[in-house]
Design a protein. Structure first.
Length: 264
């Protein structure tokens, strides 16, 4: 059986990097994309050390031409695409009424939502040929509102609407769409989250030692890819919250507020 070709965006750190390492160990051929070239190459080298064939592409998914380059790189290197993992993202940590520069919200939407749209659009013809898989790494904030995360939650809600609609459109194509909804994961991404002034906050407001590890999160994603699962809500609290949202939405609001205040 030919080793599957997997594109992973946002592969230089956190969930994307760990996902790359775990898929490399399973024999996948990888196309890894991220903005930070040095960190990306380090992850690529780790994957090669595990026996994988790897192409690393410096890319900003907010730019459609970069997304097209990632897809083209996969096809040139390996001749096919079996799985596209839309993992690249950026976060924020600021109340909406404290935000000084609204362009920060535009950037978050461009990266988290349009980046997934661009990559999916360009990869779709090749995924049709392989009857492949599309994976969207979202967040519990893509299913319910979260204070201090207005722009982030909006972008992840947009991802959910897009991929849920696309799944229906592709029902007869053989392509499956899997949505991943992690809670807090120890990724280091929050240090680069946008603050009220539009600049990275440089310190994580989350107790990283008290939340899910990137390794555990990636293992669950790998299983979902292999099983072509429809969606994965990572935590018990997240699953409970989705039910409570139907029955007692104001209670979910209070739980979300408390989770942000406690940082876990």
């Amino acid at each position: 059986m030919t080793a599957p070709v997997v594109i992973i965006t946002g592969a230089s750190k956190g969930i994307g990097a760990e996902l790359a390492r775990q898929l490399a160990a399973k024999g996948a051929r990888l196309v890894l994309a991220a903005r930070h070239e040095r960190e990306l190459e380090a992850v690529a080298d780790e994957c090669r050390a595990r026996g994988a064939s790897v192409v690393a592409v410096k890319a900003d998914v907010a730019l459609e031409r970069d997304c097209q380059t990632v897809v083209s790189g996969a096809v040139i290197a390996f001749g096919r695409i079996d799985t596209l993992v839309n993992n690249a993202g950026m976060s924020m940590w600021a109340r909406f009424d404290e935000i000084e520069d609204l362009s920060a919200l535009e950037r978050i939407m461009q990266v988290n939502y349009m980046g997934a749209v661009y990559c999916t659009h360009h990869a779709l013809p090749y995924l049709r040929e392989s009857r492949g898989r599309i994976v969207g790494v979202s967040s519990l904030a893509g299913r319910t509102g979260v204070p201090t995360r207005t722009g982030y939650a909006a972008s992840k809600h947009a991802m959910t609407g897009f991929f849920d609609s696309l799944r229906i459109e592709l029902a007869d194509s053989g392509i499956t769409v899997t949505m991943i909804y992690p809670g807090f994961v120890a990724t280091g991404i929050r240090e680069n989250a946008t603050g009220p002034d539009g600049k990275p906050i440089m310190v994580s407001p989350v107790h990283e030692s008290a939340v899910m590890s990137a390794e555990a999160c990636a293992r669950r994603i790998v299983r979902a890819i292999e099983r072509r699962e429809r969606e994965v809500v990572m935590t018990g609290r997240g699953k409970m919250g989705l039910w409570l949202k139907l029955l007692a939405p104001s209670l979910v609001d209070r739980i979300a507020r408390r989770a942000i205040e406690r940082g876990r």
